[in-house]
Write a protein of this length. Structure first.
Length: 143
């Protein structure tokens, strides 16, 4: 399961870095709960997720955070086809050697050899300020 999860995360990273947000959005189950600090929102479609990812990526780039790689930190033992996955998204700041990290906890399910993400919890956000909230602001306002 770990190898499958690691491969999924690496694929998400490559697609995210390439700007293929619609492709990334295919790995999630909708409606998708997303928790950021004290806010909980629900993205209802892959289109909403792709738009949110695009806004998030643009804000990171505007703050000088170039995407670098993703690192799987831990995985739960699966129970009834479900497990949690802890991932660090590592960014290389334009201004120096210090890496910034976004820490996510993904709630996943496995159907055969296909993994899907059913919920995201942002444990720490790399960029300064309320980047995630701003990226999701349009969704929050329309809810």
């Amino acid at each position: 399961m770990f190898d499958l999860a690691k491969a999924m995360v690496q694929t998400l990273c490559v697609q995210f870095n390439a700007g293929n947000f619609a492709r990334v959005a295919e790995s999630f189950v909708y409606p998708l709960p997303v928790q950021v600090e004290n806010d909980l929102i629900v993205l209802n479609s892959a289109g909403e997720m792709a738009a949110s990812l695009s806004a998030y990526h643009a804000q990171n780039v505007a703050q000088g955070l170039a995407p670098s790689h993703a690192q799987v930190l831990a995985i739960d033992l699966p129970r009834n086809g479900r497990f949690r996955l802890w991932v660090d998204w590592v960014y290389q700041p334009d201004a120096g050697p210090e890496h910034a990290r976004t820490k996510n906890l993904y709630y996943c399910s496995a159907i055969g050899n296909r993994l899907q993400i059913e919920m995201i919890q942002y444990l720490r956000v790399a960029a300064k300020g309320p980047v995630i909230q701003t990226a999701y602001a349009e969704r929050l306002l329309s809810a």
